[in-house]
Design a protein around this ligand. Structure first.
Ligand SMILES: C[S@@+](CC[C@H](N)C(=O)[O-])C[C@H]1O[C@@H](n2cnc3c(N)ncnc32)[C@H](O)[C@@H]1O
Length: 261
């Protein structure tokens, strides 16, 4: 959905990803609440992007089923990125991934991305780095006595265990290099301030907000949502610059544009 929106697509206000969730009662047992489909899941498309994505992959079929509803991908493949990619050499002009850092066998996966890229192709890889842990590490190391571990666990919500492969920016650069990829550009996508807003903002109460919103009659939900959006725009738009932070801290997420050597 993010790619669809970034490519210029738009949805009607009555539609959002929260219409197909599961495990809302197990949010704090670290379940993926979005790995679900629903019979009434039907994106209300207001505008279509003027381009399409040739192939999309994920290892969770419900996520692919939801992506298929957008009619934005020519092909969708269920695939575990710990295995070689099921595509021929040099097939793609562009590869985008925001999930490389989830993959256990990350060296193989980067080699595979280099293999399927055309010689003049570009990869855009969003890589979280060890700075994403700074805040949680500070909480665990310096504030556990004061705040208690229940509080920190609720903010952490299993992520300290989940990020399979977090490296420093320098280590990522070495791995890209070792996979035969030249870095032609790199830029921060979010700052530590954005990470904090994500961690603390609405996330811990999101299961209850989703349940509350979806137990309302649809008209009332849409009306309330429009008010929310108006207020959030005013609150969040000034903070939207990818480099905005209230102090000088290294970015926890960088997008690298790479080409095969
Ligand atoms: C940060 S999310 C991005 C989801 C989607 N690309 C988007 O932008 O909305 C990370 C995704 O990586 C997928 N993932 C994690 N490990 C994977 C693996 N080994 N193989 C394939 N997909 C994986 C998860 O299922 C999840 O959908």
């Amino acid at each position: 959905m993010f790619s669809f929106l970034l490519a210029g697509g738009d949805f009607g206000t009555e539609f959002d990803i929260f219409g197909a969730t599961e495990n809302l009662d197990n949010f704090f047992q670290n379940k993926d609440i979005y790995n679900a489909t629903s019979e009434d899941y039907s994106p209300v498309i207001r505008d279509r992007p003027d381009r399409r994505i040739t192939v999309g992959t994920d290892w969770k079929q419900p996520l692919l089923d939801k992506a298929a509803e957008l009619d934005f991908y020519d092909e969708l493949h269920q695939h575990d990125n710990n295995q070689p990619l099921p595509f021929e050499d040099n097939r793609f002009k562009t590869v985008f991934s925001n999930s490389v850092y989830w993959v256990e066998n990350v060296e193989l996966h980067l080699d595979e991305i280099a293999r399927v890229l055309a010689d003049d192709g570009q990869g855009h890889l969003v890589l979280k780095n060890t700075n994403v842990r700074n805040f949680l590490n500070t909480l665990w190391n310096q504030w556990e006595d004061e705040l208690g571990n229940e509080f920190i666990e609720m903010i952490d919500r299993g992520r300290s265990d989940h990020y399979a492969h977090l490296y420093t920016p320098e280590e990522w650069e070495e791995k890209l290099e070792a996979a035969g990829l030249d870095i032609v550009q790199q830029r921060a996508t979010v700052t530590q301030a954005h990470s904090r807003m994500w961690d603390i903002g609405l996330r811990p109460i999101s299961p209850y907000l989703i349940r509350m919103a979806y137990s309302m009659p649809k008209d009332q939900r849409v009306e309330l949502k429009e008010d929310w959006i108006e207020t959030w725009y005013k609150m969040l738009e000034p903070l939207c610059s990818p480099t905005w932070d209230y102090s000088d801290r290294p970015s926890p997420e960088i997008v690298y544009t790479v080409t095969p050597k």
